[in-house]
Design a protein around this ligand. Structure first.
Ligand SMILES: Cc1ncc(COP(=O)(O)O)c(C=O)c1O
Length: 351
């Protein structure tokens, strides 16, 4: 698209980059879909656009109304910018432990911010319940509900998946993705499996998230915590249900330090923390399965959104992480020998 009619028309059609360093290192072509190129700087712009456009279509949203959403940040930024494109207002309910970079962007886009304490999901003051309650109480508000509203996964089924399929010329061996709401994993994996049922779908899970354990045992159990934001979840939601999964890996934050530094030095790519996890899992898939594959994953957002955590030495030390990256050869050796830590389990939420 060369000329957009509104800012939100510029969402999507992002570039695909073959990562030179990791492709050479692993003998597999590892591709990165550059979602930081979206106008709001993240993959969540796509969900924001679809959520709002579908709600207009259904007659739930009218100009002048306020979009309200509980968000770790990137969805809030996307919704704030799409809201302005459509004559809407935006209220983002956000846990107050998220990176200040994202709060600032929501405010810069004219969104209103409500910061709440981070509490477990069962607490009625959780950001998700707070957003829902506000929308229930105010008739001028519409709740986007990115977890259960499947317009989110539809954005990827209709657009991201087909874009990747075309860019990869219909040849994909392995698709790797983190999951927050599961919209990205759900919509893309559904589309890819319809094109080629042999595409191997890998879920990448951080510590502190229960998805890996859920796939393994049927129970959401988490160990530890992670500095990543916007990913990992402790309950089954409708967007995640759209997913078809073949393998899952759980990787520690220390590996994100190693890979983010390696790609910065070797390739000039500054990854956000969820993107570093995607790349780590893509490398793990390459080394676990052996050379000759075509693997695709995402740079979910701008690396600068992780400046205060992943790239902050004092923060890393405070979390007990070593700011010095592990030698890449050592990490590759570990990844080549993940063995049973790679969960081989076919799971499809719609079956
Ligand atoms: C930085 C980042 N990466 C990944 C995701 C996960 O995307 P999804 O919600 O489609 O699973 C999010 C979600 O907010 C995010 O903010």
């Amino acid at each position: 698209m060369l000329v957009g009619q509104r800012m939100s028309d510029l969402i999507g059609q992002t570039d695909l980059l073959r990562i030179p360093s990791l492709s050479a290192l692993s003998g597999s072509d590892i591709y990165l879909k550059c979602e930081f190129q979206n106008p709001g700087g993240s993959i969540k712009d796509r969900a924001a656009k679809q959520l709002i456009e579908d709600a207009f279509e259904r007659g739930e949203l009218k100009p002048g109304m306020t979009v309200v959403e509980g968000t770790a940040g990137n969805t809030g930024i996307g919704l704030a910018l799409v809201a302005k494109s459509y004559g809407l207002k935006m209220l983002a309910v956000m846990p107050n432990d998220q990176a200040p970079e994202k709060e600032r962007m929501i405010a810069l886009h004219g969104g209103e911010l409500m910061a709440v304490d981070p509490v477990p999901f069962k607490n009625p003051n959780h950001f998700y319940h707070t957003a829902r309650r506000i929308a229930e109480e105010r008739s001028d508000c519409w709740w986007a509900n990115q977890f259960e509203n499947t317009s989110n996964a539809r954005a990827h089924y209709l657009h991201t998946g087909p874009e990747i399929w075309q860019q990869m010329e219909g040849r994909i061996d392995t698709f790797v993705s983190v999951a927050g709401t599961g919209g990205t994993l759900g919509g893309n994996s559904k589309f890819f499996k319809e094109q080629d049922a042999n595409i191997d779908v890998w879920l990448a899970d951080p510590d502190g998230s229960g998805i890996y354990q859920f796939l393994k045992s049927g129970e959401y159990v988490a160990n530890g915590g992670s500095m990543t934001e916007g990913i990992g979840i402790m309950r089954l939601v409708d967007n995640f249900r759209q997913a078809s999964i073949d393998h899952a890996v759980n990787l520690p934050d220390q590996d994100l330090v190693t890979l983010s530094r390696y790609l910065r030095e070797q390739d000039g790519i500054v990854l956000g923390s969820s993107s570093a996890l995607n790349v780590a899992a893509a490398l793990a898939a390459a080394l676990h399965k052996g050379p000759g594959q075509r693997i695709v994953t995402f740079a979910c957002d701008l690396g600068e959104r992780s400046a205060s955590k992943l790239y902050n030495e004092a923060y890393l030390k405070g979390r007990g992480l070593n700011p010095e990256p592990e030698p890449i050869e050592q990490l590759c050796e570990r990844y080549a020998n993940l063995g049973d830590n790679v969960l081989a389990k076919k799971w499809c939420g719609l079956e």
